[in-house]
Design a protein around this ligand. Structure first.
Ligand code: DQA
Length: 184
């Protein structure tokens, strides 16, 4: 399903990128399946399976299946292969991160509530030597104070928040650029 249409949503916009987004790529040369891999994992945390039904005033009306379809279309344009997953279980997200570190060249992650709580997900992401983009559908900085802190931001190359589900597409564009830059 294509984004947009009649559904009007209001989101504030926050994008931030670090000065050295791919610096971690040059560290201690770990095992990626292939340095030329264009596989991107898109990981989604708890309750995002209810996207479209869950607090639509905050998260919009698109379902996670819609987001996956949008990502698939953008990935094709960018010559990326995507592995799109969602889980309500922290260990499952960690296992997918471990899988990605072996096979992928980047991760887009919306850790949902685990953003604010999970040192374990941060530790898993810290084992990866490729770019990580953190996505939040809502503008977390406009919401409750407990949503203002993110463990994942400590490892993310960039953070996209408040762009609605379009944030995933923007993240894929940025990830493709970082993957290309890493090859130079
Ligand atoms: C979220 C923001 C989190 O604070 C929240 O727990 C979510 C979704 C977002 O996409 O805006 O579940 O990550």
């Amino acid at each position: 399903m294509i984004l947009g249409g009649s559904k009007q949503q209001r989101f504030d916009l926050i994008v931030s990128f670090s000065d050295d987004p791919i610096g971690r790529l040059q560290t201690d040369g770990q095992q990626k399946e292939s340095p030329m891999s264009r596989i991107a994992y898109i990981l989604n945390g708890p309750n995002l399976n209810l996207l479209g039904k869950r607090q639509p005033a905050i998260y919009g009306h698109e379902t996670l299946a819609d987001v996956e379809a949008d990502c698939g279309r953008v990935a094709q344009e960018l010559s990326l292969e995507i592995k799109f997953h969602q889980s309500n279980a922290e260990y499952q997200i960690i296992d997918w991160i471990h899988e990605a570190r072996e096979h992928a060249s980047g991760i887009v992650i919306n850790p949902a509530a685990f953003t604010h709580t999970s040192v374990a997900i941060l530790d898993a992401l810290n084992t990866c030597e490729f770019p990580i983009i953190e996505v939040h559908i809502s503008n977390v900085h406009k919401r409750e104070a407990f949503r203002h802190h993110s463990y994942v931001s400590l490892v993310a190359s960039g953070i996209i928040a408040g762009f609605g589900t379009q944030g995933y597409q923007l993240a894929l564009h940025r990830l493709a650029r970082l993957i290309d830059d890493a090859k130079k």
